[in-house]
Structure formats: structure tokens, C-alpha cells
Design a protein around this ligand. Structure first.
Ligand code: URA
Length: 312
């Protein structure tokens, strides 16, 4: 069991981390339980289970010892807050064929029968997409994981829950956008997609995009970005910039699974999402970057090495 000192230290560190996130306007990606705990920390309230504990008597200070006399009431720290941006209703898709939904349904039917590569032997369910696509924004990622394979819907696992919050943070509902992957079947054990699997499956994504005619594509992680941009550049160099796929603006960002491993990437993703929302609302602000202009990394490209969710 942790000592009271340990708990106090953890509490202080959490409070500091949270203040930093709130200051950068990104704390709302945490879940409700975390937010409630964080609010208590920031207001220096004891947790309900600990209400018998004495109130902290010293100010939380990362640089050193307490700054007030012992026993003095703790001053309330006011974190610098970036106001949470407000968004109006999103634009709805225009310019599609009148039967676009029937076209998507036919594509889905076809994908469900697909036996073009070995992945059909091990899949449980084909995962074509998630969301209606009535808002002309497509999120494209890599391949279904175990949860998606079990449920037959894209991004329903932990990374998917985070993606739902990321989408909500820019005033959208994941039910209204369109979320899909390059591969429609799960590679066993989440291994990397193989070249022939990519070749067999990419035409489904290309057709989805042709039917949906999105105003904007946001690629999640290196894999989908490299496939759509035919680039070998690292995601850190590609993210946050506007490219074009078949004339459609494309903004790459980190995969949500990468954020789960490294919360420091939240800041970048938040900036990318603000760019996504801006382009969705206002169109392209500046000429897109030709993907060939971003130098390839010297190491082997992601598609040929690494693990599926490990290097987004
Ligand atoms: N990761 C992906 O790339 N796609 C999913 O659908 C789920 C997790």
C-alpha cells in the first residue's frame, strides 16, 4: 500500500500535469472521472474517500518547498486557461451522387464477401467504416484491431474512444463523419499489413473516398498517411500540414493509439484538429504542400517494418 507521502506526491504531480493541460486547452480529452478528480486536485479538495485527511497546508510548487507558513490556508491557484473554442454546426456534404448511400452499401456488401487476400481466413468481421458521412470529413487510418474485428465497426476500442473525444472536441459527432481504414480486415495479432494486402484493399478506400467526395481527409497515423500520399516521410514531418489526395485537402495527424502511449502528443493533435475544423468550415487557407517535398526518413518505411499500432 502506498504511504500517505506517496499519495501526496502523486496528487501534486497530477495537479501540475493537469494545470499544464488546462493551460494548453486540451484537458477535456480526459474522461469524466479523471476530470472530476482533477477538479478536486485543483481546488485542493480532499477526495470523498479521504475526507478525514487533513487539508493540504502548503502550496503545490514544482520548484521547491512550500511557500506559506505551515498551517496557513492554502491560496487557490488559478490556472491559465485557454478558452475552449466554440464551433457552429458543421457543413453537410454536397456534390455527391444522389445514390451515394446505396453506392456505399454496395461497396460494403462487396467487402464483406472479399477473399482477395489471406486476411479473410483469420478475420472475424469485415470492418468497412463507422459513421454516416453526412459531414464531409473522412478519418482514414490503418487497419481494424481486435475490438473492431469482433464488432465489425471501425475505431470502437480504446483508441476509438479517444478518437470519439477528439472529434467531439472540434464540435463534431463521430456518428456524422466517416471513419475508415486502409485495410478492412484485421491482420492477425495486429501485425503490420503486408504489401499484397495493401494492394488488394486500398481500392476499397479509394472507392469510399470517390463516393464520399469529402471536403477534407484526416489521416490518423503514419500508415494511412503514407498510403494515401505515397510518401515515405515520417509522421512528425507530415502532421499538421495540408497535402492533397486527388485534389482533396488531407491533414495527417498522429494515431490515437500513439496518444494513449504518449500524452505529450496531445498538443500537436489538438493543433491539427483545429486546422481540420478550420478547413472543414472555411476551405483551404493556403496552397497544399506537395508530399514529394517532405524528405523520406532514412530508416525503412513504416509499411515494411515495425508493428501495427506501435509506431504511428
Ligand atoms: N486502429 C486503427 O487504425 N483502426 C481502427 O479501426 C482501430 C484501431
Amino acid at each position: 500500500m502506498r504511504s500517505k507521502m506517496d499519495r501526496e506526491q502523486i496528487r501534486k504531480e497530477l495537479a501540475l500535469q493537469l494545470e499544464g493541460e488546462i493551460g494548453r486547452g486540451i484537458a477535456f480529452w480526459a474522461d469524466e472521472e479523471w476530470n472530476a478528480a482533477a477538479r478536486r486536485l485543483l481546488s485542493r479538495q480532499p477526495a470523498p474517500a479521504e475526507s478525514a485527511e487533513p487539508r493540504e497546508s502548503a502550496r503545490v510548487d514544482p520548484k521547491g518547498p512550500p511557500t506559506e507558513a505551515p498551517g496557513a490556508p492554502a491560496p487557490r491557484r488559478t490556472p491559465r486557461r485557454t478558452p475552449r473554442p466554440q464551433f457552429g454546426p458543421p457543413p453537410l456534404a454536397t456534390g455527391r451522387d444522389p445514390d451515394w448511400e446505396a453506392q456505399l452499401a454496395a461497396l460494403s456488401e462487396e467487402a464483406h464477401q472479399c477473399v482477395k487476400c489471406r486476411l479473410h481466413e483469420t478475420r472475424r468481421k469485415v470492418v468497412v467504416s463507422s459513421g454516416s458521412g453526412r459531414v464531409p470529413l473522412v478519418f482514414a487510418s490503418e487497419a481494424p484491431g481486435a475490438d473492431e474485428d469482433a464488432q465489425g465497426e471501425a475505431f470502437v476500442g480504446r483508441a476509438g474512444q479517444l478518437l470519439t473525444k477528439i472529434i467531439a472536441a472540434i464540435g463534431l459527432d463521430r456518428k456524422d463523419v466517416y471513419i475508415c481504414n486502409v485495410l478492412k480486415c484485421r491482420p492477425p495479432g495486429n501485425r503490420n499489413p503486408m504489401a499484397d494486402e495493401i494492394e488488394s484493399c486500398t481500392p476499397y478506400l479509394q472507392r469510399q473516398l470517390a463516393i464520399l467526395k469529402p471536403r477534407l481527409i484526416c489521416t490518423l497515423g503514419l500508415f494511412a498517411t503514407q498510403v494515401l500520399l505515397e510518401s515515405k516521410a515520417p509522421i512528425g514531418k507530415l502532421r499538421g500540414r495540408v497535402f492533397r489526395y486527388q485534389g482533396i485537402p488531407l491533414v495527417p495527424t498522429y494515431h490515437p493509439a500513439a496518444l494513449l502511449r504518449n500524452p505529450n502528443l496531445k498538443r500537436n493533435v489538438w493543433e491539427d484538429m483545429l486546422l481540420v475544423r478550420k478547413i472543414l468550415d472555411e476551405g483551404l487557407p493556403a496552397p497544399a504542400v506537395p508530399a514529394e517535398e517532405v524528405p523520406a526518413r532514412s530508416a525503412k518505411p513504416r509499411i515494411e517494418s515495425g508493428n501495427l499500432f506501435g509506431q504511428s
